[in-house]
Design a protein around this ligand. Sequence first.
Ligand SMILES: [Zn+2]
Length: 275
Amino acid sequence: MKFQLICALIALIFAVSSLETQAQMLPCGTKVTKADREYALEHLSNSRSAPVTRLFRKISITAHIVKDSLGGFAVTEGQVLAAVESLNSIMDTIKLSFEVCDFREVENHNFSKLIREEEEAEMIALNYQVNTLNMYFVKEIWVGGAPAGGYAYLPGGPDVVVLAGTGAMKHEVGHYLGLFHTFETSVGGEFVNLSNCETAGDLVCDTDADPYFPEIEYDPITCNLTETWADSNGDLYVPPMDNIMSYYGPCRCRFSRGQYQRMADTYLQSRAYLW
Ligand SMILES: [Zn+2]
């Protein structure tokens, strides 16, 4: 619990210092498809105990910053660099680092309020650098008619992360490197006792089962649920509220060991051409 409180305080300091914008509080637009699930089940480790692989590799980022109709930009280069520095800090566990190799201004202000279904294909077609991670920074993202803080393509997809601001960068890079939400249920709900953790939930066995739904209430300071929730076995959930792939806003600040291994596996299996 003390650790979660520290997480919340760190998040608060970041928010106050404006190094990471507030867009991380918006929901995420990344959706896990059937192909994503099959890929993860077939290729990726979910071991609880294997030593975490260290990659000693660097991924180049092409940062596409979209101009709005008034000529302003969604983020500054300084904000992007600060977010990448913070990303590098947390990815040091698997010795994977990121470096912005190019900043590009995107002049088409139609993309500033990006409606994914209508405009993403054109934005990517016109602005994409192969063999780099293409990060697009826009003012607003709309996915399925709802605002989103960002989204990413899971393994097998293009090298694309789209962000409204910079606050969701670690979360979306987590998706990009093969992580699902801690509350993912598309392959079935994970039990609190983790007996089905290899085939349900986020397919990572050291992230506790997470009952998250948009109306769930929690204390953002102590990072506790304010009501108890139980799974179908009657076991009470203790969700990993400090996990970056959860949705518990300011509580989020870490990846689990199993998630690090999943990201390292994903890099080696599906993104190793990036470096
Ligand atoms: Zn997400």
